[in-house]
Design a protein around this ligand. Structure first.
Ligand SMILES: NC(=O)C1=CN([C@@H]2O[C@H](COP(=O)(O)OP(=O)(O)OC[C@H]3O[C@@H](n4cnc5c(N)ncnc54)[C@H](O)[C@@H]3O)[C@@H](O)[C@H]2O)C=CC1
Ligand SMILES: CC(=O)C(=O)O
Length: 307
């Protein structure tokens, strides 16, 4: 295992909008010495690399970006998987499963054998189901195969709550849990600002329409995709942040998608992230209504897995 974070390598499989934006985030806030871009569309891949390398020449970043093969990706410290189709207007994330599962299976076969310590970080949608199949196809320990999950949705939620409470987003602890998709839910019972329950920290006369906030959070991707065709900056930042948590063994608590032994699916529950990938799950004390929503997420995910 490398002893210095900048001697680490990250492969980004899929050099489209999301892959390139993750690479850009990793250049702007360097955590790895090498970034490999892997994509069968060689012209697009090489153009992304040329454009991204221009972003490395302005200052003192030691990050190098280059083209790589699937085989080389399998030897990196982290493999970020963004390969596959994205939603068109009117499509859901779940609609992508047929196309993206086949791409995943063939890409994983091309990447094998994996370096023992590699962490496979899934981003392609539907991310929870893709994470589930990545565990099956890769045979890596389940703790080394995680998905970005509802970390992005939770960031979106924090943004809304920060504006309502007029505090910084970093002071808010609030999670969207379950599926990164239609059945996601907000764990309102565990939400707090500065460690104090949410309701006690709002300004006088602030109304919190929880149902509307949860719905807007869930639908944010759809409204962005309708107008610009893709989401890339939010996922770029959260994925780079997960990479940093891993390579620097930061032990941050993040709502990432991981296998739930008792539920038989991958979905998001807060977890400690470190160099080994998933260190442990943090049990959130959900209330009865939230437990029911979690069960609905499990059912929705099993339906996609078994489709
Ligand atoms: N988990 C999350 O929160 C988010 C997930 N996404 C998902 O990320 C995925 C990628 O989105 P975009 O980058 O916008 O799509 P894109 O179409 O711009 O790029 C996808 C790239 O994957 C490449 N690709 C296809 N097969 C490949 C293979 N076997 N190996 C390597 N590369 C391969 C394509 O050539 C293409 O360049 C989609 O599934 C999208 O839904 C997007 C935003 C947020
Ligand atoms: C596309 C997607 O999954 C998102 O932006 O949440």
């Amino acid at each position: 295992m490398p002893d210095s974070k900048l001697s680490s390598s990250i492969a980004i499989v899929g050099a489209g909008d999301v892959g390139a934006t993750i690479a850009f985030s990793l250049i702007m806030n360097p955590v790895a010495g090498d970034i490999l871009m892997v994509d069968p569309k060689e012209e697009v891949r090489d153009a992304q690399i040329q454009d991204l390398s221009d972003a490395t020449f302005h200052g003192d970043t030691s990050t190098q970006i280059r083209a790589g093969t699937h085989k080389e990706a399998g030897q990196c410290d982290i493999i970020v998987f963004t390969a596959g189709a994205k939603q068109k207007k009117g499509e859901s994330r779940a609609d992508l499963i047929g196309r993206n599962k086949s791409i995943l299976e063939s890409a994983i076969s091309d990447m094998q054998p994996f370096a023992k310590h590699t962490i496979l970080l899934l981003v392609a949608n539907p991310v929870d189901v893709i994470t589930y199949f990545a565990q099956k196809y890769s045979n890596l320990p389940k703790s080394q195969v995680i998905g970005s999950g509802t970390f992005l949705d939770s960031a979106r939620l924090r943004g809304v709550l920060a504006a309502k409470a007029e505090v910084s987003a970093s002071s808010i602890d609030a999670y969207v849990l379950g599926e990164h998709g239609e059945s996601q839910f907000v764990a309102w019972s565990a939400a707090s600002i500065g460690g104090v329950p949410l309701e006690q920290t709002l300004l006088p006369n602030t109304k919190l329409d929880k149902a509307a906030i949860a719905e807007d959070t869930k639908n944010k991707a759809t409204s962005i995709i309708e107008n610009k065709g893709a989401t890339n900056y939010g996922i770029g930042a959260v994925t780079a942040s997960i990479c940093k948590s891993i390579l620097s063994d930061q032990r941050n608590i993040r709502p990432v998608s991981h296998y739930q032994e008792d539920l038989g699916v991958c979905l998001s529950i807060p977890a400690v992230i470190g160099r080994q990938g998933l260190v442990r799950t943090i049990e959130v004390g959900l209330n009865e209504e939230e437990k029911t929503k979690l069960k609905k997420s499990v059912e929705a995910l099993k339906e996609i897995i078994n489709a």
